[in-house]
Design a protein around this ligand. Structure first.
Ligand code: SF4
Length: 334
């Protein structure tokens, strides 16, 4: 395949240049900030080799106790609305909340943001129970090579995820997948990724780079090389011009963002929001977008926007707590 060959020959700049032109033509100049909102600190699988949850499962006896308070979740959604951030998806929750509870939370978020929300809640059989409050369903594939994926994520097969996404598509929902780079995939594994995107008619992909957690087999693994990450994103953009691409990078790697934007990212994610908002780190995100010649939707620095807007009284203590956290971290950083 031509694109894979170009990557193997290190023609990253060629790929980025082409990907950048396609992105501007198909998607325009705006870059979004994306925030995954967690419903609970529990996962009923809990055995993906890289994941923090795999180190926690034995500590949690009852998944219901790992639920977040619904008002805290809604307060976070309200703050996203105020800042102009997108909600990347509602994450986790399966096993802690019932389908009807997740639906009810999604509906309340829809009322707040006036936008349907994406779900990333594991492999669910209950998709037909969701409606207008849901934009689409995310399948957390993580690795596209099925043999490698089986070893890293033994309890969530690509086949099951694909079935779920096919059902979702049949019901009219959009479809997304997540992929983590740095888990031992190779450039030639891109062919599997391209097959998944093509065969399942994926609308959105979220790339993350490995963030190695203690007590997992990856704990001493670094993040993938920046130009490798950029090259994979650029090749994906060229192959799928209309695909929405979100890229995650960690606070210790913010300078990855400019190259990822030039490679085709539409949005950026994986920030510790309340730690970074209004600090020099938040400003650096805005600068990465600026130096890519793009326009940022929303803000990472404007405190006035955090306190603007009406919300239900019961959300106010949570909103205040989040804003206070931001103010505290801002003052530490000054
Ligand atoms: S399914 Fe998701 S949350 Fe659960 S262990 Fe795997 S990666 Fe972690």
């Amino acid at each position: 395949m031509q694109l894979i060959k170009k990557l193997e020959e290190f023609k990253i700049l060629d790929l980025m240049e082409k990907a950048n032109k396609i992105t501007l033509q198909e998607h325009g100049p705006h870059i979004t900030l994306e925030r995954a909102i967690f419903l609970s600190w529990w996962c009923d699988k809990g055995d993906c080799a890289f994941c923090y949850m795999s180190t926690q499962k034995s500590n949690i006896e009852n998944p219901k106790t790992a639920r977040r308070k619904v008002n805290a979740i809604l307060a976070e959604a309200e703050l996203c609305r105020r800042m102009g951030w997108n909600i990347e998806f509602l994450s986790g929750g399966y096993g802690s909340f019932s389908t009807s509870e997740i639906k009810s939370i999604a509906h309340k978020i829809y009322d707040i943001t006036k936008k349907p929300v994406w779900l990333n809640i594991g492999i669910t059989q209950d998709i037909e129970k969701y409606g207008e409050e849901i934009e689409g369903i995310t399948g957390a594939v993580e690795m596209a090579n099925p043999e490698k994926q089986k070893k890293v994520c033994p309890s969530k097969s690509i086949e099951e995820i694909s079935n779920m996404l096919e059902i979702a598509g049949g019901l009219g929902f959009k479809k997304a997948i997540t992929i983590i780079l740095g888990l031992g995939e190779t450039i030639s594994d891109l062919k599997y990724l391209f097959e998944i995107i093509h065969d399942l008619k994926i609308d959105r992909i979220i790339f993350y780079s490995l963030n190695a957690h203690q007590n997992t087999p990856f704990e001493n693994y670094p993040q993938p090389a920046s130009l490798y990450y950029a090259g994979v994103v650029a090749a994906t953009r060229i192959k799928f011009p209309k695909l929405e691409i979100i890229c995650g990078t960690w606070v210790d790697n913010l300078a990855n963002m400019g190259p990822l934007i030039l490679s085709g990212a539409n949005g950026l994610t994986k920030f510790p929001l309340f730690k970074m908002f209004g600090t020099a780190y938040g400003k650096r995100v805005e600068e990465e977008v600026y130096w890519s010649g793009r326009k940022l939707k929303g803000t990472f620095t404007d405190f006035d926007r955090l306190s603007q807007g009406f919300s239900e009284e019961k959300l106010e203590p949570y909103i205040k707590r989040y804003i206070d956290k931001c103010l505290k971290n801002k003052s530490i950083n000054e």
